[in-house]
Design a protein around this ligand. Sequence first.
Ligand code: CMP
Length: 139
Amino acid sequence: MAASALDRLKKVPIFSALPPKELEWISRSMKERVYEPGAVIVKQGDPGVGFFLVADGTVEVTHDGHKLREMGAGEFFGEMALMEERVRTATVTAKTQTRCLQLVRWDFRAMLKENPDLAVRMLEVVVRRLREHPPREHD
Ligand code: CMP
């Protein structure tokens, strides 16, 4: 389990530059989760507990019922509520059977504090996401 999580992490660009010891620690802290099609992985408005890296499959991100985008292997979600310590900004649902690697809040925050380059790269992804699909008002 740990070895395959490590292999997956090495293939993900924002993790691949981390020192081997850090990669090993992170992969040991990650739990593999499998979701069936239609399963809600994180729900808009819920408190955030985990960060998720997609290992296999496709998920759909929706905000107030509007589709924002899909994500696949090597992409991550669930970072926003953990960075800001607030509730989930969107709902993420499995479209196909989806295998994720999950990191709990305290390990996620420790990972960012220990690895400033990773934190900056993750911030770049978050800003790009918000630029592409800014939160919008409905009704
Ligand atoms: P979080 O708010 O923890 O939970 C919902 C997740 O959906 C969020 O983290 C991001 O990973 C993702 N998400 C939220 N807004 C967007 C967006 N505009 N574009 C892409 N992904 C998003």
